[in-house]
Design a protein around this ligand. Structure first.
Ligand code: FES
Length: 231
């Protein structure tokens, strides 16, 4: 039996134990309790470390299993997010979709979207803004819902064909590009990818470096409809 199983006893306890009686029985009972406690603690530690190892191995093998905010999230199939051109996007119907669990908007722009840039300039800017070009010619981007001014959740406004922050009025186009207001940059965006026909957003990989666009970087024009402060 190990020293862990057998805690030391005092000389007084030794005498009582060997003398028998109720006091001896109580000491024996306490020693037994301590042994049980130590065994159970060791089993609990072993169980926790085993669970952590198995969890880590599963994550390495299947990173899509991580579902919380800050990890990879499978947010639906491509068919759940029909594409649309910017001006005709409607929240949760076509073009732009809110996914609360990922704190994100999935924006899916039609292949008929008229971009202001061409060829390599367009490809470079899409990369810089974390767009994914799908094999059917459509364009995807996953926008973080948090306003980059002071952190309010930014709603998409069908009446504005754009995002308008209710807190201080920052205004962003449907692709997250800054239009006007106090925000210091365009909306942040998450990495996204496809697993077969499933749409996967990596909420742990954020691009928070999309500056205000200028004439050389602007992807799509601002909407022509006026956007009031209310909504
Ligand atoms: S938090 Fe959005 S404009 Fe200030």
């Amino acid at each position: 039996m190990s020293t862990i199983d057998r805690p030391p006893i005092t000389p007084q306890q030794y005498e009582v134990l060997h003398g028998g009686g109720a006091e001896a029985a109580e000491i024996a009972r306490q020693r037994l309790s301590r042994r049980r406690f130590l065994r159970r603690s060791m089993l609990a530690i072993w169980g926790l470390s085993t669970a952590a190892s198995v969890g880590g191995a599963l994550y390495m093998l299947y990173p899509g299993l991580s579902t919380g905010f800050g990890g990879q999230q499978t947010v639906g199939s491509k068919a759940d997010f029909p594409a649309e051109i910017p001006a005709q996007s409607k929240l949760n119907e076509k073009g732009v979709f809110r996914v609360p669990a990922a704190r994100a908007y999935i924006v899916h722009l039609s292949k008929d979207t008229k971009f202001l840039l061409n060829e390599q300039n367009l490809a470079d800017q899409l990369d810089a803004e974390t767009f994914v070009r799908d094999k059917d010619g459509t364009y995807w981007v996953a926008l973080y819902q948090r306003c980059v001014h002071l952190g309010c959740t930014v709603p998409f406004r069908d009446d504005c064909a754009s995002f308008k922050c209710p807190c201080h009025g920052s205004h962003y186009n449907v692709d997250g590009e800054f239009i006007d207001g106090p925000a210091p940059r365009s909306l942040d965006r998450f990495q996204m990818s496809f697993n077969g026909d499933q749409v996967v957003v990596n909420t742990g990989a954020i691009n928070d470096k999309v500056p205000h666009p200028d004439a050389t970087t602007l992807l799509i024009p601002a909407p022509t409809v006026a956007c009031s402060a209310g909504g």
